[in-house]
Write a protein that binds this ligand. Structure first.
Ligand SMILES: [Zn+2]
Length: 296
């Protein structure tokens, strides 16, 4: 193709693109980044969006979940945490974002996010038999626990209460990772949906980030359990505690001691099981701890 014709077709392409996406194309100021750069099934994902300056509100949608972005003065960007469920198939998924400003038409943009499969391993465990096949007399208790969990999981604060990085709840070695298939006494039961810290009984357990305590009680499998709501469907869970230092309804700050570790409930030995739940799905806590959201 002669050079002049090539230029002409490039110009035509630009004009057509401009006509199809007037806001996005004309602004040219949209940009998106995410952590981890290569999300897998089970990943929390931190999206950072740079948007045209005149926009005052950014909303998004990823994997069928609505996201509302917060603006940070530190990065001059908008950010939100989303998640990829454990059962999400590998492939490419679209992040849609839409911005609004005073007297402005909505401006939209979309990005393709590739999701890979995580290589989660299998682990074999031995626990007392009553925790694999719970005895009949405990079934009512287990059912009651499920009703309570369903209730607390359904309610979430409309606004985010967390800020900055999520911190490890204990300064200890990790003894069990998220996503591993659990084989209890020779029977495959489930996937491990938390991160285990090797701690002895009585080790202080800290809130990973700020939020409201929506559960602090004893349950059959979880033992003494604390659940913190960080807002917009993001929860952290702390299991098998020996003692509570907070009660339901308490507002807690990041780093505040919420209890002492132990081995209550279904635990092979004292340890802290730390879990992250987002909109009904368990996500990998280790990835959440690695995310670097802006500090304000
Ligand atoms: Zn665990």
């Amino acid at each position: 193709m002669p050079r002049s014709r090539q230029m002409l077709s490039v110009t035509w392409f630009l004009l057509v693109a401009l006509a199809l996406h007037p806001r996005a194309f004309a602004s040219g100021q949209w940009n998106a980044q995410w952590e981890p750069a290569k999300p897998v099934n089970g990943s929390p994902v931190l999206f950072r969006i740079t948007a045209p300056k005149q926009l005052t509100e950014i909303k998004g949608n990823f994997l069928g979940q609505e996201l509302s972005f917060r603006f940070s003065d530190a990065c001059h960007c908008w950010y939100a945490i989303a998640g990829v469920s454990l059962v999400t198939k590998p492939g490419t998924y679209t992040l849609h974002v839409e911005g609004k400003g005073h007297g402005q038409e909505a401006s939209t943009m979309s990005y393709t996010v590739a999701v890979a499969t995580a290589p989660y391993p299998a682990t074999t465990l031995k626990v007392p038999p009553e925790f694999v096949e719970p005895p009949k007399e405990t079934l009512a208790r287990i059912e009651e626990d499920q009703v309570i969990k369903k209730r607390v999981f359904a309610a979430t604060l409309p606004e985010p209460r967390w800020s900055g990085r999520f911190e490890a709840p204990a300064k200890a070695e990790v003894s069990g990772i998220f996503g591993s298939a659990r084989v209890f006494n020779g029977v495959k039961k489930s996937q491990h949906t938390g991160l285990d810290f090797r701690v002895t009984t009585g080790t202080p357990v800290a809130a990973s980030n700020s939020g409201t305590v929506i559960l602090a009680r004893s349950m059959y499998f979880e033992g003494n359990c604390v659940i913190i709501d960080h807002g917009q469907g993001l929860l952290t869970l702390y299991l098998h505690l020996s003692e509570f230092k907070v009660k339901e309804g308490d507002a807690v700050e990041k780093g505040q001691i919420i209890g002492l570790s132990g081995g209550t409930g279904r635990a092979t030995a004292p340890h802290l099981h730390f879990a992250v739940r987002w909109r009904g799905e368990y996500l990998d806590p280790r990835t959440l701890l690695e995310l670097r959201p802006p500090e304000n």
